[in-house]
Design a protein around this ligand. Structure first.
Ligand code: DGY
Length: 324
């Protein structure tokens, strides 16, 4: 059979070979998978892309106009994530390149992880476990690691999309009062949440959870001014993108105990260097961008990313397209 072109997959992902075979890509295209431990660098992408009709990308691959110009045959960029802030969507649209992404399939895993961080921060789960492991546990104490009540507390959700809504559903099980920013009256009534403006959300939340996409208008949305409006014992959870929070301002706010704690799944920069000031703070909990990291979810993301790629290469509408 005649080969239709090359596809570059920038990282090995769960269930890739099965999905490529299932969508008939393995037999029609030359597929190269980057097997490196870390993302391919820009020079590698520049070398690989000129021959490619499709590329399956990760959020760590910066795909801008310059790179697209090295790839005159490129028809589809299929992103293995819901967020597409690493891809210049306008440049892709101008060049007639379809960009796919993976919403929906990672909603519940990300909402679960939001609650994992919320509970871990509220109840000092990580600090407590470290304490025991370090041999410091001398016996039960009435004042050891006193946390913050979750049940019945107020949860603010900034970014009331699929994931924000899934977090709200979980919050109902904890009898939380849920405030949501930019929620329609209909959705608010349906979900039993309260619509709140930005300032009210900051002022009234015991837990503030971030789920907005990274765009110019959300870059450092949580800055010194925003942090100053939050309650002194509040917990900030960032499940969106690191750049939504100003890290310097967050460091100052945590150090001065202007807010109680931060629990971050994402950071700026990412990965966060081991000597970053935020890591010196006991009231800052950071995990390495694990929101969608379950085996089942990652398999489903592979299936959807490959389905997007296959549809685009057939010239059909993508199941989930991120650019117009
Ligand atoms: C996304 O999908 O954007 C997450 O950050 C990674 O799964």
């Amino acid at each position: 059979m005649e080969i239709d072109g090359r596809i570059f997959v920038t990282r090995r992902i769960v269930g890739l070979d099965e999905a490529l075979a299932q969508h008939g890509l393995a037999e029609r295209y030359v597929i190269e998978v980057w097997e490196g431990e870390s993302a391919p660098d820009r020079q590698t992408l520049r070398q690989k892309l000129p021959e490619c009709v499709g590329i399956l990308t990760q959020l760590t691959d910066l795909i801008d106009a310059e790179l697209m110009d090295c790839a005159p045959r490129l028809r589809v960029i299929s992103q293995y994530a819901v967020g597409v802030n690493n891809i210049d969507l306008a440049a892709a649209t101008q060049r007639g390149i379809a960009v796919g992404h993976t919403p929906g399939v990672l909603t519940d895993a990300t909402a679960d992880m939001t609650f994992a961080l919320l509970l871990a921060a509220a109840r000092h789960v990580v600090a407590g476990a470290d304490w025991v492991r370090a041999g410091k546990w001398q016996g039960w104490s009435p004042t050891l690691f006193l946390g913050k009540a979750v049940y019945g507390a107020t949860l603010g959700i900034l970014g009331y999309g699929r994931i924000g809504r899934a977090v709200a559903r979980r919050a109902k099980g904890f009898a939380m009062r849920v405030l949501a920013h930019r929620v329609s009256a209909e959705e608010a009534a349906q979900d039993g949440v309260i619509a709140a403006d930005f300032e009210t959300l900051l002022r009234e939340s015991d837990f503030l959870s971030l789920h907005v996409p990274l765009r110019p208008e959300t870059h450092h949305l949580i800055d010194a001014r925003a942090l100053a409006l939050m309650k002194p014992d509040s917990v900030l959870i960032n499940m969106a993108r690191g750049e939504v929070v100003d890290p310097q301002a967050l460091y100052q706010a945590l150090k001065a105990e202007q807010i109680g704690m931060a629990a971050l799944d994402v950071t700026e920069p990412e990965p966060i260097p081991a000597d970053h000031p935020l890591l010196s703070l006991p009231n800052c909990l950071i995990v390495p961008h694990l929101g969608s990291a379950t085996l089942q979810t990652r398999r489903a993301m592979t299936e959807l990313a490959v389905a997007n790629l296959a549809a685009g290469l057939r010239g059909e509408p993508l199941p989930h397209r991120a650019n117009p």
